[in-house]
Design a protein around this ligand. Structure first.
Ligand code: PEP
Ligand code: MG
Length: 512
């Protein structure tokens, strides 16, 4: 056994044969002889053409499955594979430097990705992993194995959205040498219930194809050649997650009720199309928390109205007539994009300091949410004045469009203490137990995800918030991790919460 520590990006434990997607680093490449270089460059160009054709096929398959927005994303990969600049880079690496075709494809893609990642346009910056994935796909064609991945544990340096869309059905778990917990791939892995560990480092790419590996997404560790006991625990965990999902899907149309008949709405925490689709499959009754900031964490400047609509619309258009709770950008802390580096404020305070950005954001959310039962959720509220300010700006931007409901996250001790006054300004309240627990008990954020939300100091504030909401005749929901936690759930419901918003793995119409 050999343990490689990383960072947990999606929970669950799994074991299987390693399927190594790329080895962009850590191996010596042979130089191509001058006489062979023109032929090698032809092979590389042919591989790019085949990668483009793969992506075209994948996009049309996604379209047939009714996943037009995912198809659009994948189709941009076709343009990338045919980009004359990328082809010129590959040629130069092979013809001038004698680099082998597969390495040249990956290296040229890496150069393009690095250029994209420093661009001011946040949408282009987000495409960096996509172009890496195009390079890798083309390189895989040269080995003759393309991305015909057999079922197993995916080991890679980084992943693009096309890889995830295509490979997820056959993949049991994912480990990345690089990546971050908020990377697109991590969000999708969480939504699909795939255990994932990221940031393992280059040692990960030393794993051999077919070697037995265990991905422990709960502890953030990858184990090479695990012993029998550990492997068997992982198999049990995989089986447990699979059957829980099947039960949720089978009972998706049943309303969620406690054993004593208390009806509680179960909404999903979902920020991407993949998360939403999986949550809907499992019976979610709408979205209770869309973390918009996660979609713009790489942004190099405030995203424009059009950019925001183009990112939010694919998710919100799937929620026609259903509850769509869109949280305003909760930037700051561990969710600070490059253009806000160094700020000390968090959540709505950041937006209130930037009135123009707040206007564009509100207007984009209202436009992107047309047709849905839209609820705007204000993050890191500390007083009723925060809500009044948001409402004032909202009135300025509505221009005849219907007014959405406005609610406050109750996730700071100040907000919990002012819950009555805040409730008076709101159409609903949503308790964020992750931040609330951390701030009340003075814990570290990561620790507080599993922290004792059942501590009486926290529960007292939850109870007071529910009471304040009900006195103001507005619904109160819980959208922090405590809503997904079997131990906290009965108590949270017992305190009179009206709605739960949970990560999809825990949503569904089951009786508890
Ligand atoms: C919370 O704090 O409980 C919450 C749901 O917000 P986030 O986890 O996005 O900070
Ligand atoms: Mg929070």
């Amino acid at each position: 056994m050999r343990a490689l520590p990383g960072v947990s990006a999606a929970p669950g434990i799994t074991v299987g044969r390693a399927v190594v997607l790329d080895r962009t680093r850590g191996h010596a490449s042979n130089l191509v002889r001058e006489a062979d270089r023109a032929g090698e460059a032809d092979r590389a160009r042919d591989a790019l053409r085949r990668a483009a054709s793969d992506l075209e096929t994948l996009a049309s398959q996604l379209r047939t499955d009714g996943r037009g927005d995912d198809a659009d994303i994948v189709e941009t990969g076709v343009l990338m594979a045919m980009d004359p600049e990328l082809i010129a880079r590959v040629d130069t690496l092979i013809l001038d430097s004698g680099i082998e075709a597969a390495d040249a494809l990956r290296e040229a893609a890496e150069q393009t990705a690095l250029e994209l990642s420093v661009l001011l346009d946040p949408m282009l910056a987000l495409r960096a992993d996509d172009v890496r994935s195009v390079g890798r796909r083309a390189a895989a064609h040269l080995k003759g194995d393309a991305l015909h991945v057999s079922e197993g544990v995916l080991i890679a340096d980084s992943l693009g959205p096309a890889d995830v869309a295509e490979l997820a059905p056959r993949v049991r778990g994912i480990a990345l040498a690089g990546g971050g917990v908020t990377a697109h791939a991590a969000i999708v892995a969480r939504s699909l219930g795939l255990p994932m560990v990221v940031g393992v480092g280059e040692g990960l790419l030393e794993i051999e194809d077919g070697e037995e590996v265990l991905v422990d997404g709960d502890r953030g560790v990858v184990v090479r050649q695990p012993d029998a006991e550990r492997a068997s625990l992982a198999r049990t965990d995989t089986e447990r997650r699979r059957s829980a999902r099947e039960i949720a899907i089978a009972r998706r149309l049943e309303p969620a009720r406690t054993k004593d008949g208390y009806r509680i709405r179960v909404l999903a925490n979902a920020s991407t199309v993949a998360e939403l689709e999986e949550a809907t499959r499992q019976g979610a009754e709408g979205v209770g928390l869309m973390r918009t900031e996660l979609l713009f964490l790489e942004a190099m400047e405030w995203p424009s109205h059009a950019e925001q609509v183009s990112v939010l619309r694919p998710v919100l258009s799937r929620l026609q007539g259903q509850t769509a709770t869109v949280r305003l950008f909760d930037f700051g802390g561990d969710k600070t994009p490059p253009f806000l580096r160094g700020i000390t404020a968090r959540g709505i305070a950041v937006m209130l300091n930037e009135p123009q950005a707040l206007k564009a954001h509100l207007s984009a959310v209202v436009d992107a949410g047309r047709g849905a039962d839209l609820r705007l959720l204000v993050p890191m509220v500390t007083s009723a004045a925060d809500i009044r300010s948001v409402r004032d700006t909202l009135t300025l931007v509505l221009e005849g469009r219907g007014a959405p409901m406005v609610g406050a996250m109750i996730e700071t001790p100040e907000a919990a203490e002012a819950a009555r006054e805040i409730a008076g300004q709101c159409d609903f309240l949503s308790i964020g137990t992750n931040d609330l627990t951390q701030l009340v008990l003075g814990l570290d954020r990561e620790q507080s995800r599993k922290a004792p939300v059942l501590d009486p100091r926290v529960l007292g504030l939850v109870a007071a918030t529910v009471q304040a909401g009900h006195d103001a005749r507005i619904p109160v929901d819980v959208c922090g991790e405590a809503a997904s936690d079997e131990n906290s759930l009965p108590i949270i419901i017992g305190l009179g919460t009206d709605e739960l918003s949970v990560a999809h793995r825990s949503s569904g119409g089951t009786e508890r």
